[in-house]
Design a protein around this ligand. Structure first.
Ligand SMILES: Cc1cc2nc3c(=O)[nH]c(=O)nc-3n(C[C@H](O)[C@H](O)[C@H](O)COP(=O)(O)O)c2cc1C
Ligand code: SF4
Ligand code: FES
Length: 615
């Protein structure tokens, strides 16, 4: 393959960032022209086999230099033997990577639904007045800011995320909760970063907690603390049960996936365990980007060893020797805590080779997302790890047959996996006795907006919407609507307060639990602006691969804008047609759910003409 290197070539700084990750170029790697035929030859198969390092390498350039220049992209392509057009396609799919020059400090300010309801637009206007418009550089050209979709800080809205490019000593990232204009423009002007605000866990210490029982109690940075709280008893028990025994317990537990699709975990594990093709992979989906969702971030930040233990049990039961944890790019603390837990577990013989002296090998690699909602879709996530553009694949084949690198793959959400240690120690039947017959166990709910105490709550399946709201101190003010399940979910009103929040009851009511979002809007909130923001979210996040979703999300937003003004009944009919086309003909769940919230808002009279058009 010929790769044409464009001028100007990568700078020394850009090359250093790439070489620090990939090692120094050897032989012809790195694009030295052959004196024989003026071709640029590379490491052939060996270099191509490193394609999966594309996203980490792009991150390395972004972190080091602040953006990815054409010369830097060419250098990455030369080192990994990737056609530049493909690498360009990959890099442009991620919001945290910039192919345009930008200042070293970038603040991403969330203006998504929970933050909008908490005044994010006023915040953005203030920042604009002090530091220039969205995307423009600060006068001294050291900082800029962007509006961002949800950053997983909805319980402490408005949220922000800051990236500072530089070398090992100066590079940094941080999440900022309860952001205000003074803080953000101060950061942009070079003021020191604030210490992260502690995460409040409203139910801390409640004896009824299962999934959250260690959160806020156990030191998330100490393996000893985790073990003192019973950690790693489940892995020991798993070895006693044997791989088949573990899968039997998971099947008996009737655990359903918590990532949105509610697929039985036991069936998934069994299919991979039985697949004759090798190797098998286990992937923990920690990309959590559904607006309104912050549960997986808190679990990773506060209980990282439990996730590592759960993945190790999964790897053992399904015959995987390698696991990946794909964590959202905007979650720096979660990434750091998980990596620390992996390192500690490896040091103590609880991960790696010959785990606990049982002859079992399993390793976990952390992969960092780049800011793309679609990469939470399981097959887009595989493509992202493989160094391809984060686009969903057609199914079948399903991941259990042909997943990561084309091999049988278990993919599970963080919350799903966190149930595993308890199922293994207490037994599947004991787990199935909690909740309802079809929705077993407990569920995490992300409560935000107009409730007394926003935050993460755990409750057994079966509580009604009203009871879950009561956990958080009930609705504040006069309720307009509740968004259930996230942007991909639907609005409901107080008429649905008695709806049990189970998979079966929500399905029967035509709504969804999704990722556990319960976001309340009081009558101070402009619901048109919220619905339009959801429409913009789907338009921005559609990968564009299939026509119904690529065109439908744009047309949907346009029709909603018209309706918010003086639209006609034709627009209502058109929205319904677009929704049907997206549901029926889109490749993946993004397109299939992109119209649900808007349609429910129209149905409930939450969206009306001659009112605000949001932004
Ligand atoms: C657009 C889109 C985004 C998704 N994002 C996530 C995510 O961030 N985390 C997650 O666990 N599942 C997400 N999913 C669902 C995954 O495709 C998959 O069903 C899930 O990871 C399987 O794990 P589970 O069986 O444990 O739920 C998403 C699906 C779609 C269509
Ligand atoms: S439905 Fe949308 S996001 Fe999913 S593959 Fe099609 S274009 Fe991409
Ligand atoms: S952090 Fe802003 S909506 Fe979630």
């Amino acid at each position: 393959m010929d790769i044409k290197l464009a001028a100007p070539p990568a700078t020394a700084e850009e090359r250093a960032a790439v070489d620090e990750l990939l090692g120094p170029p050897s032989g012809w790697q790195g694009g030295v022209e052959s004196p024989v035929d003026q071709r640029v030859a590379f490491g052939g198969h060996a270099a191509r086999a490193r394609r999966h390092l594309l996203l980490p390498t792009l991150h390395a350039v972004q972190d080091g230099v602040g953006f990815i220049s054409p010369g830097a992209l060419d250098y990455v392509c030369a080192r990994l033997t990737i056609p530049p057009a493909e690498a360009y396609g990959v890099a442009t799919g991620y919001a945290l990577l910039s192919l345009e020059p930008q200042p070293p400090l970038v603040v991403h300010v969330c203006d998504d639904i929970a933050c909008k309801a908490a005044g994010a637009d006023e915040l953005c206007h203030k920042i604009e007045r002090r530091a220039g418009s969205d995307g423009s550089a600060h006068p001294d050209r050291t900082a800029t800011w962007h509006r961002s979709p949800c950053l997983g800080l909805c319980d402490r809205a408005p949220g922000a995320f800051v990236q500072r490019a530089g070398n090992r000593a100066t590079h940094g990232e941080a999440s900022i909760a309860a952001a205000d204009a003074e803080l953000i423009t101060g950061l942009m002007a070079g003021k020191p970063w604030p210490h992260p605000a502690p995460q409040a866990i409203p139910q801390v210490g409640d004896p009824g907690l299962r999934l959250l029982r260690r959160v806020g109690v156990v030191d998330p940075q100490s393996l000893d603390s985790y073990r003192a709280a019973g950690g790693y008893a489940a892995l020991r028990r798993a070895f006693e049960l044997g791989a088949e025994g573990v899968i039997r317990e998971i099947a008996d537990s009737k655990l359903l996936g918590r990532g949105g699709a509610a697929f039985p975990t036991g069936r998934k594990w069994e299919a991979v365990a039985r697949a004759p093709e090798r190797p098998h992979y286990l992937v923990c989906n920690a990309d959590e980007s559904e607006p309104g969702t912050f549960k997986d971030r808190i679990l990773m930040e506060q209980d990282p060893f439990a996730i590592v233990e759960a993945m190790t049990i999964g790897g053992y039961a399904t015959g995987c020797e390698r696991g990946y944890l794909y964590v959202r790019g905007e979650y720096p603390l979660a990434r750091q805590r998980i990596q620390h837990a992996i390192d500690q577990a490896e040091d103590r013989g609880l991960l790696g080779s010959d785990i606990m002296g049982r002859g079992v090998d399993f390793t976990i690699e952390v992969r960092r997302g780049g800011g793309a909602y679609i990469c939470g879709e399981e097959t887009a996530l595989f493509n992202s790890i493989e160094g391809k553009r984060g686009e969903p694949r057609n199914k079948p084949p399903f991941p259990v047959q042909s997943g990561l690198f084309g091999k049988p793959t278990v993919v599970n959400n963080v919350e799903t996996l966190l149930n595993i240690p308890d199922i293994v120690t207490a037994g599947g039947r004991a787990f199935a006795a909690i909740g309802t017959p079809e929705s077993t166990g407990t569920r995490l709910f992300c409560l935000s907006g107009a409730v007394g105490r926003p935050g993460l709550y755990e409750a057994p399946f079966g509580l009604t919407l009203r009871q879950v709201l009561d956990l958080a101190g009930g609705v504040h003010g006069r309720l307009q609507a509740i968004l259930l399940g996230g942007a991909a979910g639907s609005f409901v009103t107080s008429d649905q307060f008695d709806l049990p929040l189970t998979f079966e009851a929500t399905r029967a009511a035509g709504v969804t639990l999704g990722s556990g979002v319960v976001m309340a809007f009081d009558d101070s909130v402009d619901m048109n602006a919220i619905v339009l923001r959801i429409a913009r979210f789907f338009r921005d996040e559609s990968c564009g691969q299939c026509v119904p979703c690529r065109v439908g999300t744009v047309r949907q937003e346009e029709a909603l804008y018209r309706l918010a003004g003086s639209g006609s009944p034709d627009d209502v009919a058109m929205l319904s047609d677009i929704g049907r086309a997206m549901r029926d003909a889109s490749i993946c769940g993004l397109g299939q759910t992109a119209s649900a919230a808007a349609e429910s808002a129209l149905r409930l009279g939450l969206f009306s003409g001659n009112r605000s058009r949001g932004r």
